[in-house]
Write a protein that binds this ligand. Sequence first.
Ligand code: C5P
Length: 439
Amino acid sequence: MNSDYQKIELLKSYAKKASELIKRHEFIRVFTHYDADGISAGAIIAKALLRINKNFQISFLKGLNESFEYEKDELVMFLDMGSGYPDVISNVEADVIIADHHIPTGEIEPKKRFVHVNPHLVGIDGTYELSASGATYFIARELGRNEDLSCIAVVGMLGDKQKISSANAEIVKEGEKAGFIERKIGLNLHSGKVKDVLKMSLEPYLDFYKKEDELEEFLKKIEINGEMEVDKLSLEEMHKLADAIALRMLRMGAYISLIDEIIGERLWLNNMPIKNALMLTDIVNACGRASAMSVGLALLMGDSSYLKNAVDIYEKYTKEVLEELVKRRNDVKEGFCMRYIVMENAPSTSPIATTYSRYLYSDKPLIVVNVKDDRVKVSARANEKLAERLNLAEVMRLAAEKVGGRGGGHRVAAGANISPDKVEEFLKEVDRLCCAMLA
Ligand code: C5P
């Protein structure tokens, strides 16, 4: 087994090859994912390409089941997608770079020059130790002095709920050394007044939305003034609040490991329009979910004029999700080895799947199905402990293929697209696969 150092060096050698291919082209067409990690990857490559005077165009895709266009003489970059879609990539008649962290499946047979930068290919865990924006950061640092872009990579890491270990730790270390990233002990919460932050919090989800009296009682019991700023709490107050939050989360049914994350090292991004990394991540994520990817992209590229717009989008999106979380609570059904919800025309699937599986129903995998017109979007989530035996990427891929759809992703967070008449058959197959893997 190679050491982390050797694995990262190997990853850098792929990133170097990618940078060499970039330098051969005048125009680069970039396709990236619409989530926080994809937007961050897009912002990193945009900054790096601008600095070496390359022309480029960035488009956001929900996945490679959407169509995309390019010219044959261009370099096409796929960020946060591609590794799980070898057939689509093999059909691209142009030079291609993939910077992704999804589990690679099948053989890619490139038509022209091809570089694949993916942590899984060098023995780094793409679920926790390097995201797509991290992989893109490694390419950027081969293109020039781009250590400041480590801050953007942090947003991708946090967006995909990764850990600051292995390659991610290397990126944070580089950012710290150059003075762009700071670590401070504190509560892993947004900045702002305690009562507002707790009420609107989705990560951690505390179930205080529209429960003002309960929140007041909660704060009164621990003698914390809700008007205080989270960032100004004393160490003693911080611990009191963390203990009370832990107790509430345990009562809600939260995944036990999340308790350890309430208090710890918080990352501060000194060159970003919002310095609290958690907060910036949630704002960029909301921009993506609200189909305002370019607002998130502009913010990450350092344009503060988009700040108000981005915060408005975040607030509206958060309220919508909090409402939805309350509304769908009784729709959760029991399978044998998983739970599922079937929704119609819901605004989104991912936040419901993520929040319920982490904070309310953490002992089984959760599958959220959304039937919207003639299409079905599926989001599947499990925690790290379940994922020791279960691989949701495989569950989604196999069950979707069985009903003529497509699926994939990560062990703990995966998804699928299927047709509406196949929902029942798909769920049955998902349950069967979960039982087989968890047995
Ligand atoms: O959309 P959602 O956030 O639930 O997706 C979870 C993960 O599954 C993402 O990484 C996404 O790229 C992946 N996915 C996939 N194929 C699909 C749908 C989602 O690989 N058809």
